[in-house]
Design a protein around this ligand. Structure first.
Ligand SMILES: [Ca+2]
Ligand SMILES: [Ca+2]
Ligand SMILES: [Ca+2]
Length: 200
């Protein structure tokens, strides 16, 4: 047959023992729990993956009043590890493992939220958030917090907020944030002005 589009997703509705074992180890869940979640997942997504459109729709349900598109794009790219344009069960479980909640309501676990943000925005996967990665992070948080465009200037411009965050969180002064620096609760207490947007 002729050439296929590169973004061809092969429907997969079964789980191999190997996949189950891997998830048991990585996510600290029992085999039964994984099978149950898989069965729920397949019930909701009979082809075995979440399309980009479905993903955006479900986030829109969680945050109906906010502009989630940019954040959703970043999140989708992070989750779609094999870059095939769909989130399969294993990719999906990486998200739920970080957010132990059905609706991403993570107020009671700020660290999980921050860790997820770190992973999403560390786009080159080098273990640091650099300036150019912090800007989209700030913009996404503004979107999620519903900060109007016309209020994003002066001290609230993304440029100023990146500077502010680096000033508060970058403890060793290398102009980038390690995960440790980013997850440090004490640092965030000092960066309260911005942190309020995360946790309100
Ligand atoms: Ca995928
Ligand atoms: Ca990085
Ligand atoms: Ca640093």
């Amino acid at each position: 047959m002729g050439s296929r589009k590169s973004k061809h997703i092969i429907p997969s509705t079964s789980l191999t023992d190997e996949q189950i074992n891997k998830m048991c180890q990585q996510l600290h869940l029992s085999t039964e729990e994984i099978r149950q979640r898989h069965s729920d997942f397949i019930h909701q997504y009979p082809h075995g993956f979440i399309t980009r459109e479905q993903f955006f729709d479900s986030l829109n349900e969680v945050w109906p009043e906010t502009h989630i598109d940019k954040f959703a794009s970043h999140l989708f790219v992070t989750l779609d590890r094999d870059r095939n344009g769909g989130i399969d069960f294993m990719e999906y479980m990486m998200l739920t493992s970080k957010l132990d909640s059905d609706h991403m309501n993570v107020n009671n676990d700020e660290n999980a939220y921050l860790e997820l943000l770190f992973d999403i925005f560390d786009r080159n996967h080098n273990g640091y958030l650099e300036k150019r990665e912090l800007k989209p992070l700030v913009e996404s948080i503004y979107d999620l917090a519903g900060l109007p465009e016309d209020e994003r200037h002066g001290v609230n411009s993304s440029h100023a907020q990146v500077k502010y965050l680096l000033n508060k969180l970058d403890k060793n002064g290398d102009k980038r944030l390690s995960k440790q620096e980013f997850l440090n609760e004490e640092n965030w207490n000092r960066a309260e002005q911005f942190g309020g947007l995360f946790f309100n």
